[in-house]
Design a protein around this ligand. Sequence first.
Ligand SMILES: C[S@@+](CC[C@H](N)C(=O)[O-])C[C@H]1O[C@@H](n2cnc3c(N)ncnc32)[C@H](O)[C@@H]1O
Length: 186
Amino acid sequence: MSGGALPLRVILGAGDQRWPGWQPTQRSELDLLDPDTFARFFGGRQADAFLCEHVWEHLEPGEGRQAARLVARYLNPGGFLRVAVPDGHHPEPSYQALVAPGGPGPAADHRVLYTLETFAPLFTAAGLKVRPLEWWDRSGTFHRAEWQPADAPVYRSSHLDHRNESWRQGRGPLGFTSLVLDAVRP
Ligand SMILES: C[S@@+](CC[C@H](N)C(=O)[O-])C[C@H]1O[C@@H](n2cnc3c(N)ncnc32)[C@H](O)[C@@H]1O
């Protein structure tokens, strides 16, 4: 950002998501698989931040790696991508049934199920520095770094999702979470 302009904060694959201060875009405007759409949309500009919730799992793994490079190219130095996908280490069978690639229902067009170990390398390979925010480890323990949804909100997270209300009140287990990380351009 320079010259006092407002930061350019862009939601990728927004669907119905709307957050104050963020410009929602759909695949028709910014397609993670089509660099031409980024060239047209940004012209000579760069984004200060991208937000992308539950989109990367709709890409094949190779496409996901290319998409990480594409997004990195359009980030200002110091800018970040906050990205969330279903978490392959979430211990609940009912969660896994919901997110399994090719499964029935909403996940029918999921192509991949990531864990922190398999997702983070997409972004480090693109030259970004990864900071995990929420994830399950392979032994079934949930981890959460200090992060503020106000900086870049992820609805399907421990902080915001309605299915985690009783957990937030200390009265029940976690419900629906995501693997959430920041990928920062140095
Ligand atoms: C499960 S919806 C999530 C929508 C929204 N981000 C949310 O969290 O509610 C998946 C979204 O990914 C978008 N999408 C799929 N492939 C995409 C691509 N190649 N580039 C950009 N968006 C894509 C779809 O259009 C759809 O809006």
